[in-house]
Design a protein around this ligand. Structure first.
Ligand code: PLP
Length: 404
C-alpha cells in the first residue's frame, strides 16, 4: 500500500479489497484508475444517505468553522438543535438520548444502563446476532469467529434461538436485558417473525427484563420503516442507533424511556467525543434528509424493485441461489456457496457488495439508488451467478466446489 518503509502499517484484521478509492458521491465511488463503482457496500452501510450528501456536508462544514469540540456538560446551540431534530424521529416513549461514536459503544451503554437499573447480572441475545466487537457487545454477539480467544466473558449470558418462541421461555426475573436486532444484518439478513417479537416483548415486560432493540444497521429508514421494529406491535425500553444516522460521520446513540433516564447517576458514564459538535451537525443534516426525502418510502420502493430482480435471479439459478433475504434496502441473495468469489467478481465489474453470515451476498445501497442502477446491478449479478453456475456444472464431472 505504502512503499515508504518508515510509514506506519495498518493492522489488517481484514485483507484489503485491492482497490484504492479516491472519490465518492451519492451512491457511487471511484478508484485511482478512474473506475466508477455502484456502492452497495456503502462503508458497511454507513453511507445509506449517500456519500457526501450536500445537506450533511454543509452542516458539518458550517459547524467545523464555528466550534469543533464541546462536551455535553456545556450547553450549546448545536446540542439543542440536534435534540429538537431527534424529537421528530424518536418514538414518544424513548425521548432520552445519549450520544456515542460507534454502534458497539452505544450497545455497551445500553447494557450498562440495563445492568445498573435492574440490579440483575444476566443478559440474553440471539443466535445469528451481531452487536459489535467491544467486550460487552462482543459477549452478546453470536459468531464464534469473532468471540473465540476472547471468551469466556465475565457476565452471565445465554443465547436464545432466533425466531424460536419456545426458547423465550428461558427469560425470567434474573435477566437484566434481552438484546435483539429486528432484522439481523451480519448474521445473514434474517427477519424476526411478528409473533416471536410480540412474545419476546411480553416476556420482557412480565419479567422486568429490559428490551434493547439494536437498530444500528436496520434503523433510520433502511428497511422501509423509520425504525425496523415499527413493523411489530412492540415498544422497546432502549433503542440503539448508529451507522447511517450521521450520513457517514461516526456517531451513535441510545434512546431510553423516562424510568431508565431518571435513575442515571452522576459520573456513571461518559465519552470524550460522544456528542461531538460535528457529529451532532451531521445528525441534524441526516434527519433533515430523512424527512425531506421521505427516505423510508424510497427505501421501501427501491428495495421492492431490487428484491424483484433478485427473485428472478433466484428462480433462474436454483442450483446456486437458495432465495432472496432481507427487507427494504438491506437485502441480498442467500447462496448455496460462499459469496466471497462472487463479491470479488462483482467488484471487478463495478459493483461493491458485502457478505452476511456464511452464504449471503448482501447489498446495502444508499437510498439514492435509481431504477437504472437497479437494472444494471441485476444484470451483472445475473451474469456473475450464471458464470458461477457454469463453473459448478463443469466441476461436477470432478469435485464439487465450496458448497455450504
Ligand atoms: C446490529 C449492529 N449492532 C452493532 C454494530 C456495531 O457497530 P460499530 O461497528 O459501529 O461498532 C453493528 C455493526 O455492523 C451492527 O450491525
Amino acid at each position: 500500500m505504502n512503499s515508504d518503509i518508515n510509514a506506519a502499517r495498518l493492522i489488517r484484521f481484514f485483507p484489503s479489497r485491492g482497490i484504492r478509492l479516491v472519490r465518492a458521491q451519492g451512491q457511487y465511488v471511484w478508484d485511482s484508475e478512474g473506475k466508477k463503482y455502484l456502492d452497495c457496500h456503502a462503508g458497511n452501510g454507513a453511507a445509506f444517505l449517500g456519500h457526501n450528501n450536500p445537506v450533511i456536508v454543509r452542516r458539518i462544514v458550517e459547524q467545523a468553522s464555528r466550534m469543533m469540540t464541546c462536551p455535553p456538560i456545556f450547553d450549546s446551540d448545536i446540542l439543542e438543535e440536534c435534540l429538537t431534530m431527534l424529537g421528530k424521529i424518536l418514538p414518544r416513549r424513548l425521548m432520552n438520548v445519549y450520544f456515542m461514536n460507534s454502534g458497539s459503544e452505544a450497545v455497551e451503554l445500553a447494557l450498562k444502563l440495563a445492568r445498573k437499573r435492574t440490579g440483575r447480572r444476566k443478559f440474553a441475545s440471539f443466535t445469528g446476532s451481531f452487536h459489535g466487537r467491544t467486550m460487552g457487545a462482543l459477549g452478546m454477539t453470536h459468531n464464534m469467529k469473532y468471540r473465540s480467544g476472547y471468551d469466556p466473558f465475565p457476565w452471565e449470558h445465554v443465547f436464545l434461538t432466533f425466531n424460536d418462541q419456545s426458547s423465550l421461555e428461558k427469560i425470567d426475573e434474573s435477566f437484566a436485558a434481552v438484546i435483539v436486532e429486528p432484522v439481523q444484518g451480519e448474521g445473514g439478513l434474517n427477519i424476526a417473525n411478528k409473533e416471536f417479537m410480540k412474545i419476546l416483548a411480553e416476556k420482557c415486560s412480565t419479567t422486568g427484563a429490559i428490551l434493547i432493540l439494536d437498530e444500528v444497521q436496520a434503523g433510520f429508514g433502511r428497511t422501509g420503516r423509520l425504525w425496523a421494529y415499527m413493523d411489530y406491535e412492540i415498544s422497546p425500553d432502549i433503542l440503539v442507533a448508529g451507522k447511517s444516522i450521521g450520513g457517514g460521520f461516526p456517531v451513535s446513540f441510545v434512546a431510553v424511556k423516562d424510568e431508565i433516564a431518571s435513575k442515571v447517576e452522576e459520573g456513571e458514564h461518559g465519552s470524550t467525543h460522544g456528542g461531538n459538535p460535528l457529529a451532532l451537525a451531521a445528525m441534524i443534516g441526516g434527519v433533515e434528509v430523512l424527512i425531506s426525502d421521505d427516505v423510508p418510502s424510497r427505501a421501501r420502493e427501491k428495495g421492492r424493485s431490487l428484491a424483484e430482480g433478485l427473485a428472478e435471479i433466484a428462480n433462474t439459478y436454483p442450483e446456486v441461489v437458495r432465495g432472496v433475504k432481507g427487507r427494504g434496502l438491506m437485502t441480498g441473495l442467500d447462496l448455496r456457496y460462499s459469496p466471497s468469489e462472487m463479491i470479488r467478481q462483482l467488484q471487478s465489474m463495478g459493483l461493491l457488495a458485502l457478505k452476511a453470515g456464511t452464504t449471503v451476498l448482501r447489498l446495502l445501497p444508499p437510498y439514492l439508488i435509481t431504477d437504472e442502477d437497479i437494472d444494471w446491478s441485476i444484470r451483472i449479478i445475473d451474469e456473475v451467478i450464471k458464470m458461477y453456475q457454469e463453473k459448478i456444472r463443469k466441476a461436477r464431472g470432478g469435485e464439487e466446489i465450496g458448497r455450504s
